[in-house]
Ligand binder design. Structure first.
Ligand code: SF4
Length: 422
């Protein structure tokens, strides 16, 4: 037994509570278990409990062993004066000296053994997730509500760095969108390198050079440190020349993090991604404002179906000729950008501007996006947990990363249902 589990058992009343009595034999009826308190003070506040003939309102303190009251010096702490019930797993104190003057409720004899076994299994079991044998049997209603909460939690989590950036830049939404978008174009391996490049290549610098796509491309490649070699082809030499001129003119500082090419599909090489990003910057101005005006997700997708520059029809890296291949940003990558950049920024925008319509649109768009395909979603699918859209896949990613990995089963609706039904 641990205190967290005991608090959980008290909060959800997972014990036999018919003919409940204190250790002194007085009858108890729980009207309200109280609000969990994560700050200093008793574990539950504003509980309502009938003890004997009197209805009490006050705090409840929970300890695995009753002697915890003495060990933690609660008797000397004014915050605990309002405690009206001491809930313990085991009453290991016989003398009432130093103990709170309130009644004691001992839960050990009242909690089903099966529930404890189920909890122990969740805390010890290996595998993809601790409840891998049971999650598929969770009631669809419980799972649906829980996934909705997880999705909101994930969107809030993803919106947090956006809102932080907005604070730091004094409310420059387009700039933060540019950095977030560039990071997304780097897809995990080069995310930091691309974001650093975007921070050092602000939108006003790009705007000054928007009359020529090649200038934008040379800025993005050069700022990423990809124009440092001795090149054979005319195209990279021209980009290099352009970059050197602009570097001197604007006193540019290159990103300290250079993009990597290792273990990557050629279509995702940083050269190809940066060229596509350059086309996007060249073709659109005030991109976030344009997105905010769109109602339909298909219209947003159209903005992002951009090609790399013509040189890249026959290349994946500078100076390395290859067979012809168009390098238009693919459907999967566009979906990825919508799920991981556009929707979180839209949600953050609605939150900061207090405009619920943007948050609602973010949720609607997620429901229209296909579920992501990755190792987490594949593993859930093998366990019988299916998802139909990106809203579902985002919720399951949140579940796995924020709950299952650290065994927060007591805070999870699936865990609560499993323990309740044990
Ligand atoms: S956190 Fe929830 S879903 Fe994850 S293992 Fe625990 S009970 Fe299962």
């Amino acid at each position: 037994m641990n205190e967290k589990l005991l608090q959980f058992i008290w909060q959800y009343q997972y014990f036999q509570n018919a003919d409940l009595r204190t250790t002194d034999g007085e009858p108890i009826a729980i009207v309200k278990t109280g609000m969990p308190n994560s700050n200093h003070g008793p574990d539950f506040l504003e509980a309502r409990i009938r003890i004997g003939d009197l209805l009490w309102t006050g705090s409840v303190e929970v300890h695995v062993e009753a002697s915890g009251w003495i060990k933690h010096h609660h008797g000397e702490d004014a915050q605990y004066k309002n405690v009206m019930l001491h809930v313990v797993w085991k009453n290991d104190v016989r003398s009432k000296k130093k103990m709170p003057p309130c009644p004691v409720l001992e839960l050990q004899p009242l909690v089903p053994r099966l529930m404890l076994q189920q909890y122990s299994h969740l805390m010890k079991h290996g595998g993809f997730i601790p409840c891998d044998k049971s999650i598929a049997a969770t009631s669809p209603l419980v799972l649906t509500h829980w996934k909705e909460r997880l999705l909101t939690e994930r969107l809030l989590q993803k919106a947090a760095p956006v809102l932080e950036g907005i604070q730091q830049t004094g409310g420059h939404w387009e700039e933060i969108f540019w950095r977030t978008l560039a990071r997304n174009f780097g897809i995990i391996v080069n995310a930091t390198a691309f974001e650093e490049m975007a921070v050092l290549t602000p939108l006003n610098l790009l705007a000054k050079n928007k009359h020529a796509q090649v200038k934008i491309e040379s800025l993005l490649m050069g700022q990423s440190g990809l124009l440092e070699d001795l090149f054979q082809d005319e195209y990279p030499r021209m980009l290099q020349q352009e970059y050197r001129l602009m570097s001197m003119k604007y006193q540019l500082r290159q990103s300290p993090v250079k993009p990597l090419f290792l273990r990557m599909r050629p279509l995702a090489f940083p050269t190809i991604r940066l060229s596509q990003l350059a086309t996007l910057v060249y073709q659109s101005s005030h991109l976030l404002s344009a997105i905010l005006e769109k109602d339909k997700i298909e219209d947003v997708k159209d903005l992002f179906r951009v090609p790399a520059n013509d040189y890249w029809l026959y290349h994946y890296r500078f100076d390395n000729a290859a067979t012809f291949k168009e390098k238009i940003l693919g459907e999967d990558m566009v979906n990825n950008i919508i799920t991981n950049t556009i929707i979180p920024v839209l949600f953050a925008y609605g939150q900061q501007k207090n405009e619920p319509k943007y948050k609602q649109r973010a949720l609607n768009w997620l429901l229209q996006m296909p579920a992501e395909v990755n190792s987490i979603i594949r593993a859930f699918s093998r366990l019988g947990v299916k998802v139909n859209d990106a809203a579902g896949s985002q919720a399951l990613i949140q579940l796995k990363n924020q709950y299952c990995r650290t065994r927060r089963c007591l805070e999870c609706a699936v865990g609560a249902a499993l323990l309740k039904n044990a």
